[in-house]
Design a protein around this ligand. Sequence first.
Ligand SMILES: [Mn+2]
Length: 404
Amino acid sequence: GWLALQGCRLWEIHVVLGNEACDLDSAVSALALAYFLAKGIPAASLIFRDEIDLGGLHRAGLLSLTLVDHHVLPGADAALEEAVVEVLDHRPLERDRAAGCQVTAEPVGSCATLVTERIAQGPPGVLDRPTAALLHGTILLDCVNLSPAAGKVTPRDVACVSLLEARFPELPARDAVFEALQAAKFDVSGLTTEQMLRKDLKALSGDELVLAVSAIYVDLETFLRRPGLLQDLDAFCQARGYAGLVAMTISFNEHNEASRQLAFWGGVQPLLSCTLPPKSPRFWGRGGVPATALPPLQVCRALEEASAPSLQLQPLPSPWSCVGAYAQGNALASRKKVLPILRAALGGPGAAGGPEEDVGPPPTPMNSLVEDCPLAQAVPPLCPQDVLERVSRIAAGQPPASPK
Ligand SMILES: [Mn+2]
């Protein structure tokens, strides 16, 4: 689910492309920057990556590409790198771009901050209230309501939120916007366990096995008490060839303070048994029922003993003897920080710091663009129904409606 927007100028087609996850930051950055560049977005120009033959356009010499909220195209689109004319991203640059490619790469909390700065430097009049509302909400969401304790916000994010509020004093209050978006983002009601595990999934390959690492958006106790959890974990890992799964939960209290917990399940095979002491009992029985209560040592030890950063893990009671559960005292250690620890524990070719594998295009997080929320009415030329219609067409395998 990448969101792409095209604007045609003579024969050239300019596509503004967000990242594969199509999270709120990515979608809003693509929308707002395309709107700024094109001064209007007809519904037919809202397209998803799957609906357009970017390779064909590029081979015909017609494509120019702006990347927002990411800056490295995945392997399948590597040939399009030559078409990239501009990058706006808030991650450290992993790749040098060709001379002539305009690069804005700044470590701010939200890519929407970079888009806001870009629009604010442009001609007056482009920044209208709906665009301001989209950018305002996105920065607040990404920067956890500008809370310094959450470790995301930078002075430039604060400056952009203040700039938007100064120009549009009627924007809804920060707290109300943040709370509505946060609730929508973490609303997993209606998802099956398999969908929760798949929603935000990375896979790490070691020498002989693959470990799944899922971000889970409910507190750990709620997750561990889901009916049929062990069978679902087992089916999920067997179907995908994972030897085990680390679930990293994140939940928020009424003061919007994040708390993180972590669980490890070692699967039905004796994961990493070669590293266990020789007389150690066989840990895992058949069908996901463990022979003993001990979780596999290597992964748990690596997590418990990690020092860069320390996760400050405290064991929690677990309803399942085969599931190791922890409170993570260091709430700032996100999955990005935990992945290298697990990668080192697994060994193998990726242990030196190779990138984790994204497991297919991540499904689109539920977000405000298509849900009923304060921003749903934000962009007049694009109504939420347009987005939903596109998604259902893709889901049904139908070709996109031809542009009017
Ligand atoms: Mn982002």
